[in-house]
Design a binder for this molecule. Structure first.
Ligand code: 5GP
Ligand code: ZN
Length: 111
């Protein structure tokens, strides 16, 4: 997807603070964090949103959540919140599937 911001970040065309990378996933800090720690995990294969995930993506989605817990722990979070905004009405702005992981703060909206 040549016009996708997150694909450009993965390709190194837009700089980011990388958290993690393997064959399937890429994780990086949100440019506009809403908690002391706020990063996102994306699948390397461009999928626009959770609504575009088909049967057969169960494995990828399961590994995505397990990775969220693993990376949160590695970043020192004893607890964390996840969010997957889906579709315009769901508050999704970037149409490349991503899970937000945030924590480490006592921000009002995290309570
Ligand atoms: P959404 O509302 O689609 O779930 O969230 C998209 C997120 O991507 C927002 O939290 C926004 O701050 C983040 N974001 C947008 N553009 C960039 C960027 O160029 N770099 C990084 N690191 N994050 C971005
Ligand atoms: Zn993309």
């Amino acid at each position: 997807m040549s016009d996708c911001i997150f694909c450009k970040i993965m390709a190194g065309e837009i700089p980011c603070k990388k958290v993690y990378e393997d064959e399937e996933f890429f994780a990086f800090h949100d440019i506009n964090p809403i908690a002391r720690v706020h990063f996102m995990i994306i699948p390397k294969r461009h999928v626009a949103s959770l609504q575009e995930c088909a049967a057969g993506e169960e494995g990828m989605l399961g590994r995505l959540l397990l990775l969220a817990a693993k990376l949160a722990k590695e970043l020192g979070l004893s607890g964390f919140k996840t969010a997957i905004n889906t579709g315009k009405e769901g508050g999704q702005v970037v149409f490349h599937l991503h899970v937000h992981v945030y924590g480490g703060g006592k921000l009002a909206h995290l309570e």
